[in-house]
Design a protein around this ligand. Structure first.
Ligand SMILES: [Ca+2]
Length: 326
């Protein structure tokens, strides 16, 4: 079976690490490269986090590229410490002094354009962070979107519920202009996993315990990086997510990766045009679904609404049994 060629664009926090491991574990996926972007942490931390994940899973050969350090407009002060200041729970003491030598010299945006041009209409691009690298890619190469096979985005919202501001989800809120550009100009088949999609298809904390208690290096790594992270604390019951959706374990970025690996993980979706609000006092960065075609857009995206959680759980479990040979 021919493998699916994938580029992962990430702001590597804990859930990105989980999603990357899921791709590494999938027998039908070949990762051409991992491009880094600021977000859950500064891009330097993101690069190091990706290298750590690849090392734990013994896939050090996958090229890692450094990308955008901040959004198109404004500063990246919104950068939160959801997963600690380093993005992986602030528990890793030792730094690899050689990490910079392991990062490719080519910029992430150039690498993205080159890899996609070398494999036209064959590459699935999966984004797990702010969309800055993609917005820059379409400015450098206007044909970039049409050379993609498809695009999988974790970000945005479909019910106007936000997790960093009242109405906006983190990845889109970090760089609303880039999210806008991507959803207006990337006319390739696009699949979107919103914040509410992840939250409405949450798993139990008992499942989380089972997953990280497996006897394998990847599971031990996940157990370590989630050990002191408040986002993985069952006691955090007053958070917005729990007010809206009830308590549960949500590995955000893994949902979109699962959809790329196996389309049948998505049990239900809506196809409609979408647009990102770039102005507004409370809705900057919010994604709106245009189900009545008010905007007269010609391009629709597939907004996931229901997940086959049994299949999804299986992918999560398998992802932490690494390393093993593909
Ligand atoms: Ca992420």
């Amino acid at each position: 079976m021919a493998k699916k060629l994938v580029i992962i664009d990430t702001d590597c926090g804990i859930d990105d690490a989980q999603a990357i491991m899921m791709a590494l574990a999938a027998p039908n996926i070949q990762i051409l490269g991992i491009t880094c972007v600021f977000g859950n942490a500064a891009v330097e931390n993101v690069c190091q986090n990706v290298l750590r994940v690849l090392s734990v899973c013994e896939h050090d050969g996958i090229p890692v590229f450094r990308g955008s350090v901040g959004p198109l407009l404004g500063d990246s002060n919104l950068c939160n410490n959801h997963f600690g200041t380093d993005g992986l729970g602030d528990v890793i003491a030792e730094q690899d002094p050689q990490w910079e030598e392991k990062i490719q010299k080519e910029h992430a945006v150039n690498a993205m354009i080159r890899l996609v041009s070398e494999h036209q209409n064959q590459v699935s691009l999966v984004t797990l962070g702010p969309l800055t690298n993609l917005a820059l890619a379409v400015r450098l190469d206007p044909c970039f979107p049409q050379k993609l096979k498809d695009l999988y985005i974790m970000g945005g919202n479909m019910e106007g519920k936000g997790n960093v501001t009242l109405c906006a989800e983190f990845n889109f809120a970090m760089d609303p202009e880039s999210a806008y550009i991507v959803l207006e100009e990337f006319l390739c088949p696009t699949y979107l996993a919103s914040w509410e999609y992840a939250c409405r298809n949450s798993l139990t904390w008992e499942f989380f315990e089972e997953m990280i208690s497996q006897d394998a290096p990847a599971a031990r790594f996940m157990k370590m990086i989630t050990s002191k992270c408040w986002a993985y604390s069952k006691e955090v019951m007053k958070q917005k997510r729990d007010v809206y959706f009830g308590p549960g374990f949500v590995s955000y970025d893994s949902y979109v990766m699962a959809a790329c690996i196996d389309s049948t993980v998505v049990a239900q979706s809506i196809e409609c045009p979408v647009r990102v609000e770039v102005q507004g006092a409370i809705a900057r960065g919010m994604m709106a679904l245009d189900r009545t075609n008010e905007l007269k857009k010609s391009h629709s995206v597939c907004v996931m609404t229901k997940c086959d959680v049994a299949k999804f759980s299986q992918l999560l479990l398998e992802s932490l049994r690494q390393p093993y040979n593909k």
